[in-house]
Design a protein around this ligand. Sequence first.
Ligand code: PLP
Length: 359
Amino acid sequence: MTEPAKYFVPGPTWVRPEILAEMTRPMIGHRSAEFKELFRRINPDLKELFGTSQTTFVMTASGTGVMQAALENCVARRVLVTTCGAFSERWYNIAESLGYEVDRLDAGWGKAIDPDNLADHLARHHRAHYDAVTITHNETSTGITNDVAALAAVVREEAPDALVLVDAVSSLGGIPVEVDRWGVDVCMASVQKCIALPPGITVVAVSDQALARAKKHPYRGTYFDFVAYKEKADDDSVPSTPSIPHFYALAAQLDHILRGEGLAARFERHRQMRDLTHLRTARYAKLASDPAFASNSVTAVSPVLPPETIRAEMKKRGYTLGGGYGIWKDTTFRIGHMGDIPLADLEAMLDALCEVTRA
Ligand code: PLP
């Protein structure tokens, strides 16, 4: 009997025991025929997950590394960062640390980026030319899902030569992502969120246009060089030694997501987890963010009791919840309802929360 999930942090999330077991397989060399075989199992499934017929990679780094990679490969001078919380602000900090000229369009914490504001900003500022615009699909610090389809369409219209870089870290595998249909150039996701693997690798989709741009940049570094990754991917390989245990786990998990549970059912379960969380927390907590853009994978709430008291009481019952993040640290807590968590386990956790808050 599998133990119930008691870990409700918005990443890393609960991992199924059979996936943990995949990571204990005997080691193979990354230049071996067995590795190429494993690579060939993963790649078509990754393309399906991202909704792309272009290029996909698996990079051995956490998501932040691949956010940096996206900027290093795609930006020569100037970038526009759209912000609405801590993780979208991370793009800004990375871009500044790389010495780019960075502009920011800020929606404020708890709000979604408004496509009209983006159109207005680009109409006024793009003459100075942005190489790229960054968008955070699911802002994990606030529990907001941005409308990437609408935002990317605005970029295509107002700044057609700017690349669209999307962080899908806490959405891919739980909330629909359509890289080709939306016109996204780089889309990346760490695997410890809705994909429900242990942390350590990041999956990424890269458009032909982004690869062409990368080729023009002589100083795009070595470890995260998209062009080198593409050359190796064409030979079912990778440029340097990857986390091979993660490759086994990813192959098994993609099989489960696409052909076991099925993507549509998985998206629906995430939607149901969100609705249940909203319904069951409403008596003792307010949603911290705009309900119109509420995330299906994470909810931030402002409770009547101090958030830390609630989390400590839940810990005594064996449950781990996410703390408030950044400027919302003291006023909110977060419930991660993502990955492979069964609805019944979420219900049991929400029952315990009701007891703790005496709601
Ligand atoms: N972007 C978002 C939306 C996130 O939620 C996180 C982590 O929680 C990151 C980026 C950073 O990812 P990582 O911790 O894998 O570097």
